[in-house]
Design a protein around this ligand. Structure first.
Ligand code: ARG
Length: 459
């Protein structure tokens, strides 16, 4: 097996070096992208007069065959191949003889790997966007079915004010829509082709990096060949988006864990999306939701690992950069596993609207309604807050809910508390009154749903 760099070396590499140095153990998944870039490079060599018509033809045919062999598992690689570029050049030489060695003219593994990884990232980011859209769609469907279902809205995990379940589900949709936006912004910056940067200094051969860029679906070619091979911002930024998606899924997952507990009882997970216990026959566990929480750790870890690898790295290519790939693969692989599971779990969960409605007014969650009612009657909010606090304390002492307090007790607390206050002591009334844009009232939530639907239709 020949290294791409064997010429000046007297003997072969030590086994320990070979084992450490190899990326072939994890980078063969870049082969389809490497082959695409090779096709574009072959055409550019042809236009530069460095391959004749027949040579280009043979080269493209061999690249196609090699791609088929890789896809079918018929192309075997070993640790001696070092990396995907070395392996594929071997495959080409095996098919073409010395002609296979012509493709390396004017390019280096440094611009090749930067190109391959960008192509991989852009391709898989599209898959990530599609998976996000599916999850948003599932959340939107549940939100649409529960536009006016009341639940206790919480702060500090304590009953705060009633909200609609539709509103709460859409509160998980908004961050995911922002993640989609992030992917779109990211792709614009990632659409730059490093091919043509060579090892670091560009090429003395009459190549055409702009044409190669266009052929590979990039918007432009690198403005600076040193940056072309050294830049991994695109990978770090994608890992940031992946970590942010992970954080959002972890927050949704945590809520699903709570909602499905006996203490909440808001939802029941479908059997197909829950697991059992090996010892406790009654158990139905929210493993998907817990993995949504748990996997956020490795997603943040992958981002951190790459950023630390890049920190203080001198220009241009350094072998440290070989460490860029596994975090990227791991984050994208894990989201590709996680998102469809979370989507199925959300789409199929059964919502116990009676339990939620029963719980919505508990914990004095309508207290703000009393304060607002007093404000509408000219009482300064500061005093209204004080008076309402006294009502809550009184009910707490008697162990009753707000609407169970007697007229005389109300009047005893404040002359402003006439029996008319009871008209705001209903969850439906509290929700219906919240009509401003972005509020939780059913009318405002229907408008929100319409806007989300339009945003989704654009994707
Ligand atoms: N396997 C290498 C990587 O993943 C490819 C680039 C190697 N370049 C070099 N000059 N050794 O980064």
């Amino acid at each position: 097996m020949t290294k791409l760099w064997g010429g000046r070396f007297a003997g072969g590499p030590a086994e320990a070096l070979e084992m450490l140095n190899a990326s072939i153990t994890f980078d063969m998944r870049l082969a389809p992208y490497d082959l695409l870039a090779s096709r574009a490079h072959a055409r550019v060599l042809h236009r530069a007069g460095l391959l004749d018509d027949a040579e280009l033809d043979k080269m493209l045919t061999a690249l196609t065959e090699l791609g088929e062999a890789v896809a079918s598992g018929g192309f075997e690689v070993s640790i001696a191949d070092e990396d995907v570029h070395t392996a594929l050049e071997r495959g080409l030489v095996e098919r073409l003889g010395p002609l296979g060695g012509k493709l390396r003219a004017g390019r280096s593994r440094n611009d090749q790997i930067a190109t391959d990884l960008r192509l991989y990232c852009r391709d898989h980011a599209r898959g990530l966007a599609a998976d996000l859209i599916d999850l948003i769609d599932a959340l939107v469907a549940q939100a649409g079915a529960h536009v006016d279902a009341p639940v206790p809205g919480m702060t500090h995990l304590q009953h705060a004010q009633p909200v609609t379940f539709g509103h709460q589900l859409l509160a998980h949709v908004q961050p995911l829509l922002r993640d989609l936006e992030r992917l779109r912004d990211w792709d614009r910056r990632a659409a730059v082709s490093p091919l043509g940067s060579g090892a670091l200094a560009g090429s003395s051969l009459p190549l055409d990096p702009a044409a190669v860029a266009a052929e590979l679906g990039f918007d432009s070619c690198a403005a600076n060949s040193m940056d072309g091979v050294a830049d991994r911002d695109f990978a770090a930024e994608l890992l940031f988006v992946a970590a942010t998606v992970g954080i959002h899924l972890s927050r949704l997952g945590e809520e699903v864990v709570l909602w499905s507990s006996s203490e909440f009882g808001w939802i029941e997970l479908d059997d197909a999306y829950a697991t059992g216990s090996s010892i406790m026959p009654q158990k139905k566990n929210p493993d998907i939701a817990e993995l949504a929480r748990g996997k956020s750790g490795r997603l943040v870890g992958n981002l951190t690992a790459l950023l630390v690898t890049l920190k203080s790295l001198p220009l241009t290519y350094n072998k440290d950069l070989q460490e860029d790939k596994e975090p990227v693969f791991d984050s994208l692989d894990n989201l590709a596993l996680l998102l469809p599971a979370v989507t199925g779990m959300i789409r199929t969960m059964k919502v116990n609207t009676d339990v939620m409605a029963d719980s919505a007014p508990r914990g004095f969650s309508l207290a703000t309604e009393i304060a607002d009612w007093l404000v509408r009657r000219g009482v300064p909010f500061r005093d209204a807050h004080e008076v309402t606090g006294a009502v809550v304390a009184h009910c707490g002492k008697l162990g009753i809910e707000l609407d169970e307090i007697s007229d005389s007790d109300l009047a005893g607390i404040s002359e402003h508390l006439t029996p008319q206050v009871r008209e705001v002591l209903s969850v439906e009334g509290a929700l219906a009154g919240r009509t401003t844009p972005g509020s939780t009232g059913p009318t405002a939530v229907r408008s929100q749903l319409a806007v989300v639907g339009t945003a989704l239709a654009e994707w």
